[in-house]
Design a binder for this molecule. Sequence first.
Ligand SMILES: [Ca+2]
Length: 144
Amino acid sequence: MESQFDISLSCIGYQNINSTKIDFNPDTLNLKSKGKYVTAYIELQEGYDVSLIDVSTLLLQETISAELSMTNIGDYNSNGIPDLMIKFDRAALQSSVTVVDSVAITLSGALNDGTYLMGIGYIRVIHKGSEHYNEEDPSSIVLG
Ligand SMILES: [Ca+2]
């Protein structure tokens, strides 16, 4: 597998479906990465089946559609709850964020029956080669 786990975070959204869990892994997006996709995993609360998610309705940041042909249902985090793997265009996501310690990333969509789901998570955005690890050193943040 290519290295596509460049953005991430565990996110929990509460809307019509409680405990919609969206897991991006890992939790840092590197704006210099040349990866083609970012990957997310969705878990729904008990009683809702991830296989009923209408992938065509899923939107990252309200604008970025999921790749329809790149889905899989498994148990990525081995917790016994099925999760739906989806992928999004990485360049589109990267263009929607800037270098920051924490930014909200939203994922919304619906099941085949119209039940709405939404999750919000926070990721860190970096620019490789200028990682900002030291809060006392603002010069370590380099936007270009
Ligand atoms: Ca799982």
